[in-house]
Design a protein around this ligand. Structure first.
Ligand code: CTP
Length: 390
């Protein structure tokens, strides 16, 4: 891998050359980027010698946009040590020197940080808040460890050992779905009746969002096409969210994305029908007779993708059934040309719409079958991803 090691101004910077040496020994290409304060602890000559490449430390030295070319070159950025200052800058979106500018430009690529500071600084609510924020954006933290600190006290704040940081880099390299792109559909669709009313359903989108997070956790880039829901993703570095309203909008987004994907999991509860006409004003009451709404069929997104599917692509559908569950699900698996279908039975307590739990049976095109117990939607998502990507 092409790895950028970012070094900031803490005493643990003296371990940075050793980290660079170990990464090079493991076969990676390394370039270093350092803050001005880091160079108080470790010299330019040392970093350039161990990495075998020029050091990036001055935004204006070359007069070019080096933070962007370095961002394009690097596959992963490891900040070791990461001071409270650099963590706070990233959390606040501040880019006022070479490394902080590079970090902001690196928002679509993996970043690992190895924090190091005094234990009371580490415990400060501002630092803890910033660390939690960075984690929610998908930045991985290694350490800090407990032990003797440079100031002489014992506590949490020591930078993780270089070997531990190298392990974290190797782990992100071995993610199963790294380099793959997956499509996920989630949530309900709303089909407009007039300017203030729609036909919808009770789907919360929780299952689809959990699937997108589980795929991203394995290294995939995810195109998440979701109907109306209040949910947000935590891994926005790897999940590209497309918010749509109707089945036809979902159809357009999904069919556009699918050819670029290695696989798709369609968990959205798509309305099968929509009103034939949508009034551009609020419909008025029409007397005591009642009202007849004429519906027309929506396109079947899953069946369309089944027809488009290339040999190498995997397609997974969901089936929400109330009776003749297995028979119906198997029928959908064949009819829509799927590799897997995930069956929910509404007869199972705790499964289906709105709940935080689910219980599913995964049926494969080769006839094999796997059942889950009642689990959280997050656990079910991990099981589904494990099953359909093995
Ligand atoms: N689906 C879809 N587009 C539609 C309807 C359904 O992509 N217009 C997908 C769902 O996301 C799900 C699967 O098809 O993955 C099965 O949905 P379901 O509503 O259970 O099945 P239908 O094919 O609509 O059949 P029926 O409602 O008759 O059971």
């Amino acid at each position: 891998m092409r790895i950028i090691v970012g070094i900031t101004g803490g005493i643990a910077a003296y371990k940075a050359p050793e980290l660079v040496r170990l990464l090079k020994k493991a076969g990676h290409e390394v370039r270093c980027a350092a803050t001005e304060h880091a160079l108080e602890f470790v010299t330019r000559v040392t970093l350039e010698t161990v990495s075998g490449a020029p050091l990036y430390s001055n935004l204006f030295a070359s007069g070019r946009t080096e933070h962007i070319s370095l961002k394009d070159w690097g596959e992963i950025l490891v900040v070791a040590p990461a001071t409270a200052n650099i963590i706070g800058k990233v959390a606040g979106g501040i880019a006022d020197d070479a490394l902080s500018t590079l970090l902001l430009a690196f928002s679509q690529k993996p970043v690992i940080m190895a924090p190091a500071m005094n234990c009371e600084m580490w415990a400060h609510p501002a630092v803890q808040r910033n660390v939690a924020l960075l984690k929610s954006w998908g930045i991985r933290m290694v350490g800090p460890e407990e032990g003797e600190l440079a100031c002489g006290v014992n506590g949490v704040g020591r930078m993780a050992e270089p070997e531990q940081i190298v392990d974290a880099v190797c782990q992100s390299e071995s993610l199963k779905l790294k380099g793959e792109r997956w499509l996920v559909t989630a949530g309900p669709t709303y089909e407009r009746i007039d300017s203030v009313r729609f036909i919808g359903n009770y789907s919360s989108g929780k299952m689809g969002f959990a699937l997108a997070e589980a795929l991203a956790k394995q290294g995939a880039d995810v195109e998440l096409v979701t109907g109306p829901t209040y949910l947000n993703v935590s891994n926005c570095q790897h999940i590209n969210v497309h918010r749509v309203e109707s089945a036809r909008e979902m159809y357009a987004a999904a069919t556009e994305a699918f050819p670029r994907c290695q696989g798709a999991i369609l968990s959205a509860a798509v309305a099968d029908y929509r009103p034939a006409e949508c009034a551009d004003h609020k419909l008025k009451k029409q007397g005591d007779e009642g009202m007849t709404l004429q519906l027309v069929q929506n396109p079947d997104i899953l069946a369309t993708l089944g027809g488009m599917k290339r040999e190498s692509q995997r397609l997974v559908g969901f089936a929400l059934e109330t009776d003749h569950e297995l028979e119906n699900a198997q029928g959908k698996l064949k009819r829509k040309n799927l590799d897997y279908i995930v069956m929910n039975s509404l007869r199972d307590k705790g499964a289906g719409f709105g709940t935080d739990t689910n219980k599913v049976t995964i049926l494969a095109a080769d006839g094999s079958r796997k059942e889950s117990p009642l689990l959280s939607k997050k656990e079910v998502a991990e099981m589904i991803v494990q099953e359909v990507t093995s």
